[in-house]
Design a protein around this ligand. Sequence first.
Ligand SMILES: *[C@@H]1O[C@H](CO)[C@@H](O)[C@H](O)[C@H]1NC(C)=O
Ligand SMILES: *[C@@H]1O[C@H](CO)[C@@H](O)[C@H](O)[C@H]1NC(C)=O
Length: 530
Amino acid sequence: MRTESDIKQNSLINVSQQIPSVSADLQAGCDMSNLRSMFFVVGFLVYLISQGAAEPCFLAAKGSPTFPANFSFGVATAAYQIEGGWNADGKGPSIWDDFTHKNPDKIRDKSSGDVAADSYHRFDQDLQALKELKVDHYRFSIAWSRIYPTGDISSKNQKGIDYYNNVIDKLIANRIEPVVTMFHYDLPSEVQKIGGFANSLLVNQFVVYAIELFENYGDRVKTWITFNEPYDYCQNGYGDASYPPQVYAPGVADYLCIDNTLKAHAATYHSYKSRFAKTQGGRLGITLDSRFFFSRTNDEDIVDRGMQYGLGILAHPIFSKSGGYPDIMIMDIGANSQKEGRIRSRLPSFKNKWRDIVRGSADFLGLNYYSSRYIKRASKPNGVSPSWERDMDCDTSIDSNWLRAKSDWLYCVPEGLEGILKFIRDEYDNVEVMITENGWSDDGELIDDNRIRYLRSHLQAVLNAINDGCKISAYTHWSLIDNFEWLKGYTEKFGLYAVNMSSPNRERTAKKSAGYYKQIIESRKIPSIF
Ligand SMILES: *[C@@H]1O[C@H](CO)[C@@H](O)[C@H](O)[C@H]1NC(C)=O
Ligand SMILES: *[C@@H]1O[C@H](CO)[C@@H](O)[C@H](O)[C@H]1NC(C)=O
């Protein structure tokens, strides 16, 4: 996806070509005119560096420098990662409550989300930060087990419903659009007891919960996201068992989880369209996360393979013209299943009308993008058999020039965001994309220049993609505040605002990046200097 000229603009070649002329000037002696030209050349070099010609985590501008007037800037959080109040006011336990309580050793710092940033009691501090940033929208998630403590309608909890009423009202009073995620990893424990996402009963149970949300909040919430990152909670929760509910059934239950997620999403979409959309006038989508892939040998097939196994397994059934799972996955997994002696594929097939129900069931694609990889065909079998990795049959690698965050998986690759946006434009008929997450981790320092580099280069990628005809309506930075980073606890910080986790008041403090982002939101342009 990178063109020859992009690569040149970003490479060291430009700067190293300038360096001989500096040395030549230095060698020419020090009379005044030479000094002047030396200052000129040094000044030019400083200019080049300030333009980032040689910087990692940088992307050159292409086309208009200004975001469209109707482009929406925001920040994101998720209930379990910030709220705390894990059993407050009748909330039921979720699988993350159970997991952190029973397995503290699985969390890097043995912590949990029991208190986190205490947003359940301190939303006003979050609101203050949102107002300072001047964001257009705030993406947060609703904890299913606050609304229905057992996941079931019979357990309806008014205090949980009231909490989000207050959040939504205060956002709207401050002209910040609420963007609501209905599910962000925190499945009610009781729903898991009957199989969770591995049981198709989940489909109806989720729709009942979603209808509760439309009835209570749909007068004010106009942007709905059903599920956040199914790829991750399915593969980690029902495949390799690294996340709760720790179901270890790789290559089987992870695909089943994807299948039930797609059906629950589509059924929710159609409920909304038939019962609420006319009066409430909102829109509904789903948030998918994906890396982009590059090939060192310009092998387009292998790039496509990587994209289908990551983004395609969820996006193809919803956003492609034909619907259903990507052909390549149907073929591979069918063939592998046969070799394993099965009479049916481990990848479920959409039976009856499900293919048509799922196809087209979203008003926009929510995209979480963090990083990219190089990809090639696997040199030896990957992972266990059966598994998603074994089916995918690819090796991935990084480029040693990529800047790495605190998180070991997170490298700054802005070209990948531009690449994935163009892939979506071409593959899914230029569906509207809301970028629902994108962010950088560190130790939590207040002078967070690398977060600024990441923000700057990724917003440049978004702008370049818009200038290239991609329909992108929003950018949402992860995250508003430092929070509980799943298995990494509080050891990897993603916030624009720091949170003092050792203080009972959990004070929020703006980092340097908060000021930089605010400048972008106000000017609709990306400042090159910070
Ligand atoms: C923003 O405005 C442009 C130009 O009028 C329009 O083409 C585009 O559809 C709008 N985008 C959204 C998300 O409303
Ligand atoms: C965090 O809060 C504690 C307790 O109030 C305080 O002693 C400490 O100085 C604070 N840390 C920072 C970085 O503000």
